[in-house]
Write a protein that binds this ligand. Structure first.
Ligand SMILES: *Cc1c(COP(=O)(O)O)cnc(C)c1O
Length: 352
């Protein structure tokens, strides 16, 4: 039978998101890098006071209230910002606006695997370059490809490492296409790439409210770049991609930097404790600037541990992917959650 779909769509696997439990279930959920703390109390206030009459009308097409809030907080002009339904949508806009079957998208692996899905969907040319084992950025190889789009996640997931700003600057200078810097985890690292966005007309920084701001459920991300670079993205964006509630929630959340910083600080402290506890269990643990840890169990039985933990209601992430088969990605939870995980791992390792 002939397919209803384009050949590229038939050929692709599709992105497999981290599983979500039923509301109310007692899962310890450390598989999607969500923040373990609730969103800002200011978000609750916005939701409680939201005038439902607003829902009758279409929302503002460019999420102006949210962009103005971002502009104040990050000190960039509002017309240097585009808002997406999650940063996933912003990434999608870039791939759609900038690539086709003659153009290359290049990124170092392992990284956020959605990049692959987006490129396959667009039937653009996909070039995946392996990171060396020390996660130093393979600059020469990336430059040699000189893609229409080069994507670097920093801090990166699942490895947790940071790409030094000098490396990014060198890429921005030497590439003829766009350099996308996915800063989904910027709140958990130190420093950001905003200076490069201002310095280079081919650099775009992607941010999300899903991780640092505990708002994965509302779907809000944004990108910062010079208006010239955003122009094409605005053309391919759905006119009303951000609903009225999300726009109001996002503005309140990003203005409450104190609360975000307070939660992030707690996560970082828990991250260090979790890391040292895992090392005591003889896990190899990579240094992380995100809210997750990439780890290698001492007996190499990553998938086994993932499955046994799942039976006990503790969900972590296993990627059945080249270079990651013997590793696990663990989202940093609350200290209580991490403790339960450590105890469970301790027992599993002992009786293996
Ligand atoms: C979580 C994540 C995103 C997706 O964020 P959303 O805004 O929830 O779509 C993007 N990039 C990386 C590297 C991520 O880990």
């Amino acid at each position: 039978m002939t397919s209803f779909f384009r050949a590229e769509v038939d050929a692709m696997t599709g992105y497999i998101p981290g599983e979500q439990p039923k509301p109310g279930s007692k899962i310890i959920k450390l598989n999607s890098n969500e923040n373990p703390y609730p969103p800002s109390p200011k978000v609750k206030e916005v939701l409680q006071n939201f005038d439902w009459e607003w829902l009758r009308r279409y929302p503002n097409a460019s999420a102006t209230d949210f962009r103005n809030a971002i502009s104040e907080v990050l000190n960039v002009p509002a017309d240097w910002i585009i808002v997406g339904n999650g940063s996933d949508e912003v990434l999608n806009l870039i791939i759609r606006a900038c690539t086709d079957s003659h153009r290359k998208v290049v990124y170092p692996m392992p990284t956020y695997i959605l990049y692959r899905t987006l490129v396959e969907m667009q039937a653009a040319q996909k070039v995946e370059i392996d990171y060396p084992s020390d996660y130093k950025l393979p600059i020469e190889e990336l430059v040699k490809v000189d893609g229409a789009v080069t994507i670097i996640a920093t801090p990166n997931s699942p490895s947790g490492h940071i790409v030094p700003l000098e490396n990014l600057r060198e890429l921005a200078t030497r590439l003829s296409g766009i350099l996308v810097i996915d800063e989904a985890y910027v709140d958990f690292g130190n420093g950001d790439a905003l200076s490069l966005v201002k310095e280079f007309n081919n650099v775009i920084s992607i941010r999300t409210l899903s991780k640092g701001y505990s708002l994965a459920g509302i779907r809000l991300g944004f990108a910062i770049a010079n208006p010239n670079l955003l122009q094409g993205l605005y053309k391919v964006k759905d006119s009303h991609n951000i609903d009225a509630i999300a726009c109001a929630v996002g503005a309140a959340a990003i203005r409450d930097q104190d609360y975000k910083n307070y939660c992030v600080k707690k996560v970082k402290i828990s991250r260090d404790k979790l890391s040292s506890d895992l090392k005591k269990l003889s896990f190899k643990v990579w240094d992380s600037h995100t809210n997750c840890l990439l780890v290698e169990p001492p007996q190499g039985n990553a998938e086994y541990l993932y499955l046994r933990l799942k039976e006990q209601g503790i969900w972590i992430r296993y990627f059945n992917q080249e270079g990651l088969e013997d590793k696990l990605r663990i989202t940093v939870g609350t200290d209580e959650e991490n403790k339960v995980l450590i105890e469970a791992l301790g027992e599993l390792i002992e009786c293996n």
